[in-house]
Design a binder for this molecule. Structure first.
Ligand code: FA5
Length: 343
């Protein structure tokens, strides 16, 4: 900090700094009348005061020149990147510590989701993402669960104060997809979509149940479609995803929105088998069936002309089975030792 003892220098300094604040890059201030007056004064004061007064004028000139330069530097800096986790213009040593990129990995669920979508795309399915907040119509009504239907209880999830729903399954997208694409049927093309998405359930947690997990829904409608087509698509997917022929089984089940309905299970890998009982060695991967005529009617598609199938499967469970992971809760645990095994 410069030491200005002369009152006139102090007054001049205040005016000059004020000017720089208002005109950050105006270099002409260094030649302004304020400096001219100070130099005039220098020639008229007693010689024993000249040295000190002269030094103070020079110091003031340097100080003002520096403040102009630093303003200029700021204006030369690149604009702030609002997506950066800190202001890129802060000096390196004052930035928050961040993890080196080499310690990060893509989350295994994202990697696997891409592979799963890739397989269905190659089989001819288009992709639409599901919503994370939905309404009663898409969650229940459009899927043939009228008000008071007992099967609504199987999909206990979270509600907002104004009655919106965190969807318990990706089937909430069926009506939207059917409605938006029924023109394809009229043009002689099938409706073929998969719908990845995050779903939510009020659930007791264990090694195969999470409260927030991911599903992928499939919807296919055309003329003359039957259960054989459904099973063929699912087996083709499984063999592609697991890279080998895996043992699967399909057994009757009940969903209000498919008729007939099935559960599709896969044989656990050796390390995840739980006991000798038949039921302990299979894991339910998805629910499926032929789209109920009521669901087609809700989308204004004539069930006397068109039929179709749908399925909805858990992504986490697929990944568990593929990698012999013993507990679904690892995925959201934030345990880096677990996550890094997938890098
Ligand atoms: C359904 O969600 C139906 N919407 C599936 C369906 C779609 C049937 C289209 C017919 C036509 P379900 O509740 O069984 O069905 O769940 C489907 C799959 O999601 C299960 O097989 C399982 O893989 C996964 N899943 C279900 N609950 C959980 C959970 N709490 N944690 C992890 N995965 C789960």
């Amino acid at each position: 900090m410069n030491d200005y003892t002369n009152e006139e220098i102090k007054v001049a300094r205040e005016k000059l700094l004020q000017h720089v604040e208002n005109n950050p890059s105006d270099k002409s201030v260094l030649k302004s009348d304020i400096f001219k007056d100070l130099f005039k004064k220098l020639s008229s004061i007693p010689s024993d005061q000249k040295k000190s007064f002269g030094e103070q004028i020079n110091n003031l000139k340097n100080e003002i020149a520096d403040s102009i330069n630093s303003e200029e530097e700021v204006s030369k800096k690149p604009p702030i990147d609002v997506t950066a986790p800190f202001d890129k213009n802060t000096p390196r040593q004052s930035r928050p510590q961040t993890l080196n990129a080499e310690f990060g990995t893509i989350h295994p669920l994202n990697t696997e989701m891409s592979k799963i979508i890739g397989i269905y795309s190659r089989l001819g399915f288009s992709v639409v993402e599901s919503r994370q907040i939905d309404n009663d119509y898409n969650m229940f009504e459009a899927l043939n669960f009228p008000e008071g239907h007992p099967a609504r209880d199987d999909y206990d999830t979270f509600l907002t104060d104004n009655g919106l729903i965190a969807p318990a399954h990706t089937s909430t997208m069926q009506n939207r997809i059917l409605r938006a694409n029924k023109f394809k049927l009229e043009n002689g093309e099938p409706i073929a979509f998969v719908v990845p998405g995050r779903v939510f359930r009020n659930e007791d947690l264990d090694a195969t149940h999470e409260h927030t997990f991911h599903q992928i829904e499939g919807v296919f409608v055309d003329k003359k479609i039957n259960v054989g087509n459904l099973i063929a698509v699912l087996n083709e997917f499984m063999n592609n995803y697991f890279g080998e022929n895996v043992s699967t089984k399909i057994q009757p089940f009940y969903f209000p929105f498919t008729e007939p309905s099935f559960e599709f299970a896969i044989e656990r890998p050796q390390s995840l088998k739980k006991g000798n009982a038949e039921a302990d060695n299979w894991l339910e991967l998805l629910g499926c069936g032929m789209i109920h005529p009521e669901v087609l009617k809700q989308a204004e598609i004539d069930p006397a002309i068109y039929t179709g199938f749908a399925w909805g499967g858990g992504i986490e469970r697929l990944v568990l089975m593929k990698n012999s992971i013993e507990d679904i809760r690892h995925f959201e645990s934030g345990n880096l030792d677990f996550l890094r095994q997938f890098s």
